[in-house]
Ligand binder design. Sequence first.
Ligand SMILES: Cc1ncc(COP(=O)(O)O)c(C=O)c1O
Length: 387
Amino acid sequence: MPLSPIRKLVPFAEKAIERGKKIFYLNIGQPDIKTPQVALDAVSNHNLTTIEYSHSAGNESLRIKMAEYYRKRNVNVNKKNILITTGGSEALIFTMGSITDPGDEIIIPEPFYANYYSFSTQSTVTVVPIITMIDDDFALPSIAEFEKHITKKTKAILVCNPGNPTGYVYSKEEIRQLANLAKKYDIFLISDEVYREFIYGENTEHYSILQEEGLEEHAIVIDSVSKRYSMCGARIGCLVSKNKRVMKTAMKYAQARLSPPTFAQIATEAALGVDESYYAEVVAKYKLRRDTLIDGLKLIPNIKVSVPKGAFYCMVELPIDNAEHFAKWMLESFSDNNETVMVAPAEGFYSSYAGLNQIRIAYVLNKKDLKRATEVLKLGLDAYLNR
Ligand SMILES: Cc1ncc(COP(=O)(O)O)c(C=O)c1O
C-alpha cells in the first residue's frame, strides 16, 4: 500500500508544533466551515436507548432523503439505487471490489485523488493513467486517447468531477463522450462527485453521469457528505447505481462490514434537510478563498498555477526539483514569525514520476489565514531557493 501523500508528512508537522511553530494546513481537504447546526442538534437530541447496528445499506429513511436530494438535482434515483457507506472512501473500495478481478485495469485521468491508487492496490487492480498537464490546465485529451488504452482487462473509466486535485470540471459533452465509450466497450463509468456543488464558473453546471440517459447499466457514482456539509468526521458517503448486479455485489461488501455508523447517519439525514440556499452560501465562501489563493500565488515568481474551476484544491508547479523535500523543509527548517505552511507534495497524485516538482494546495482556510499562508509560502520558497 502506498503512503498517503496528504498525511505522510504529519510526523514532521507534529514535531514542528512541539517546537512551538504555528502551521497553516494547506495539505488536507479539511474545511473549517461549521457543520450545519441541524446535523449537530439531531445527534444531541436523539432518542436512542440502544446503539444498534443499522441496515447494511444504511437507514431506509436516510436513503429516501438522499434520493430526494438527487432528484432535486435532476438525477432520478430511488432508495434501492443507493447504498450508504462509511465515507466516499468505502464506496470506492466497494466499487473496485465489486467490478474487478485481480489484474483488471481501471483507466483514470492523472493527476488523480491519491487514494484511487491505494484502493486499486487494495483490490489488486492496475491503474492505467491518462496524462493531463498543468500547462493545459489539466484539460482532458481527446476521447481517442482513452480508447487507445482500453484492453480486455479494462473494467472501468474513473473520473473525479469536479476534480481533486486539479479542480477540473467536466463538460456535458465530455461526460457524453465518456458515456458512449463505456457503452461501446461495455465497461463502467465511475464518477466521483463528492465535490458536486463546488463549482465556481458562472456558466458552468455540474453534469452527473446519472443524468445521462441509456447509461443506467454502466454508471456508478461515488458520493460523500464529508465536504458538502463539512462533516468529514461523520464518515458517511454512498454508492449510487441503477445496475442491480453492481448493487447486489456491493451489498455483500456492505454486509461484511455490518453497517454504517449510527449517529453519523442521524446527522446526515438532518443535514440533507438544509435549505437550498446553504449550498450557494458555502460555495460563495470557497470562491472567495480560491480567488484569495490565486491572488496570493500570483505574487510568487516562477511558479505555474492551474486555476481550479471546482472542488477546493489547486495544483502548483514550483521552480524546484523535489516538492516533498521542500514540504518537509518548510516544516523542519523554515518559519516566518514562527509560522509555516504544510502542503501536499503532488507526486502521490500521479502513478508515474510526474509531478515531482508540484504541490497540491487545499484552500480550506479562511481568507485572512489563506492570505498569510501564501505570503509564508512565498517567503519559504525564496529562502529554500537561496539556502
Ligand atoms: C475526490 C475524493 N473522493 C473521495 C474522498 C473520500 O472522502 P470521504 O471518505 O471522507 O467521504 C475524498 C476525500 O478527500 C476526495 O477528495
